[in-house]
Design a protein. Sequence first.
Length: 880
Amino acid sequence: MREATPKTVYLKDYTPPEYLIDEIELTFELDAERTLVRSHLSLRRNPQCHSECVTLELQGEELELLSVAVNGEKLADTDFVITPEAMIIRRVPQDKAFVVSIENRINPAANTALEGLYLSSSMLCTQCEAQGFRKITWFLDRPDVMTRFKTTLIADKNRYPVLLSNGNRTGQGDLADGRHWVGWQDPFAKPCYLFALVAGQLECVADEFITMSGRRIELEIFVEQHNVDKCAHAMQSLKNAMRWDEETYGLEYDLDLYMIVAVDHFNMGAMENKGLNIFNTKFVLARPDTATDSDYEHIEGVIGHEYFHNWSGNRVTCRDWFQLSLKEGFTVFRDQQFSGDRTSPAVKRIEDVNALRTRQFAEDAGPLAHPVRPEAYIEINNFYTLTVYEKGAEVVRMLHTLLGSEGFRKGCDLYFKRHDGQAVTCEDFIKALEDANGVEFGQFRRWYAQAGTPLLTVTQHYAADAKQLHLTIQQSCPPTPNQPVKQALHIPVKLGLLNQDGSTATVRMRDNSATEVTLNLTETEQTFVFEDLPTQPVVSLLRGFSAPVNLNMERSLEELAFLLRHDSDTFNRWEAGQQLACQIIFGLMTDLQNGRALQLDEVMIDAYRSVLSGSFDDLSYQALLLALPEESYLAGQMAVIDVDAIHQAREFVKTTLATRLRTEFQALYAQHHRDESGCFDAGAVGRRRMKNTCLSYLSKLEIEDSYRLATQQFQTARNMTDQMAALAAIVNSYHPNKADSLESFYRQWEQEALVIDKWFALQASSSLPNTFATVQALMRHPAFDMKTPNRVRALIGAFSQANPVHFHAKNGEGYQFLADQVLVLNELNPQIASRMVTGLAQWRRYDPERQALMKQQLQRIVASEHLSKDVYEIASKSLA
Ligand code: PHE
Ligand code: ZN
């Protein structure tokens, strides 16, 4: 917990470590309440660092010291100092290597922050990124200190039959007292944030993978007994990821064993510890009846993500935590490519962009905006953000676009070869891409340093007599905290042209002609001229969302409907539909605000009718074309967010479409409805997605027919996708069986924590009346638990982040509720507490009354005692 003023760490203050630790021998005598840690650190001065100091400072927090020795000689109390954050040994040998030996004790059961060594259900596990290792023992806890780990685990054999750590098993045996031991050795030097251990009663699901060079890798997934039947998809995903990385990046796995452990209590999604990934159960466990199609996709994505880190993160790691996006942005890009290749690239891209625009753009436009490579932090855990991850991935994607896939691959090859075994920077990554391709990305580097979402304003002029189209693009970027003035960025803008009949027009610029070009926008304003155009073409701009920017381009509803029908770029085709819907919804909001009766433009109905009657190979894509922009995306477009108007206008559109296109929705529902147990193949996933989209529209009609459809589907569903979609239709309408359905669902799935999370989240995000009372009642439900992050996210997170209408209730009850919970969580788990505060961060975007109420709660949080650094940083920066 925090002292007076938490200190800020700056990138500009980086200095190399004064000492290096080549090797560590770690021994754990594991016990839930009293774990003994013994470590021998082989240290030496860093030859690259020439400071005069003879002291050694090791980081350590919440540790009970038993003894410390240098080269075998126990230190006297006067030889060292212990502070809340460090051990400072006054004098260590300078001219030769030396060994520091430490014995200390920790209490995993008391560790509710889930950082360091902690207890999850009955198993012991670790989480060390970013700075959790210092809660295990004193160490140089920074990623540029890379060490070879030898670990011995000792524990009661009955309670902890399985003992795991990084690398290869080197030995094991029984002790006389009912305990046993297992030895582990990791041949690869690594930063301590990649250390892991697990101890528990776990079952192992095993398989193998033969690498491209013919090596046999053992694959092991460890779960509690009752989850053994939910590991098949994770295992298949792992094998797919391993093959994909060989085929796409030429990267092969390097140890003989790859282990994954699933735990119930986890602050994030998963962790790429060397050879021993630790996962939130949410991203491992799946059975058709317990997991939805989207769960299956996320599992494959996260398994891939952690696997890809073995190269982008572990073999080549980060010099310091400001470089976090070096591994995260790159690895997200890699997992996006992987998932796209595995499922549908078009659908994957749309989903990623949708998430980026609704969530990361909001972060980038608010008080917590920061560059992809931040310059300062109080608590590094607060910087595992959408900006570092998702915008970071977009930056890598732009480099990929600029180099083409072959050039990008050449650059990556050089990066991995040049920096294998090193801790490096984002600069090193760009440099490798440049050197391998003989190009220069000078201006492009600004993407790493400059926060905020750029805005492109586009105007066009068609000169009929010259048969030319002049396209002028201006770029600007709004100020962000500490960055009042922005510089022009290098923005790749993909463009295509369409003829009036919908066919592709040739894009001719000076001597080049193609069906599609990537324009290099580098100036504040630039005009591009396209030749040889006998009639005025329709411009399809920013294809594939080639840069993370906002686009301002005047378009008529008709032009958007035209693009929705004809654009050959799958992303822009979808985007045209989104922009069409946005324009219409904003028009309706104006009508609402002026007390006019609402009427839906026929253009919208026609456009949707033609999507409904179109023929699509990819039904998931068709379903996406029918999905209205989310309320949070619409909110992001408004100067002052009016949650009620957004909700009303959007609901009106949805209900009207359902009314007018009822026959079409019903027919498509019937066409794609199957009674299937839910295998995860593209055809079945698409059918379910399409069918459930129809169901969601039809449920807006609030008629007997739709109620019956929902009930039928709910009762007969043999897979979670269909069951959950039906329950959602029931819960989000005035369905007469709502209470019964919720009750029977609960009873059916009581034993499945991940399904019960869905049950909480669904109720917490309902926009119907009385939701707040429901949320309060659910807080007292026996299955609710403040110490389980998944549960907290399912209830408090869903209410505050996915229920704008009720969270922003005018009387401020939602805000007060959230602040109450944040203060409780602050004592238990600062990381989760600070994640929850972000629900209040956007306070300046609302009307004055709401602003005042939100601000009041933020002030209350900042003023409270025992505030963690995590919560303090987010709350205080939100107010700044
Ligand atoms: N490094 C993990 C990932 O992105 C995320 C993580 C960060 C997990 C911090 C736990 C703690 O794959
Ligand atoms: Zn990651």
